[in-house]
Write a new protein. Structure first.
Length: 70
């Protein structure tokens, strides 16, 4: 898990520094990322980078998976 977190942090850092667009979809609020990722200072840096050039799109509504299941 530590290697995966490091790879994710590195990828996001490189994309941010290169000014590359990144789309992240999640059901988690930003403050919930701390329960999944560590260390805290790395999550702080990641969220800071994401929020710096960020457009948040919040979508509310019923689950489409439930309607697809019939």
């Amino acid at each position: 898990k530590k290697e995966q977190m490091n790879a994710f942090f590195k990828l996001m850092k490189e994309r941010y520094e290169a000014g590359r667009p990144t789309i992240i979809t999640t059901n988690l609020q930003p403050e919930q990322w701390y329960s999944l990722l560590e260390p805290k200072d790395m999550v702080d840096a990641l969220l800071d980078r994401l929020n710096h050039r960020c457009i948040n799109v919040h979508i509310d509504g019923p689950s489409l998976r439930k309607t697809d299941a019939g």
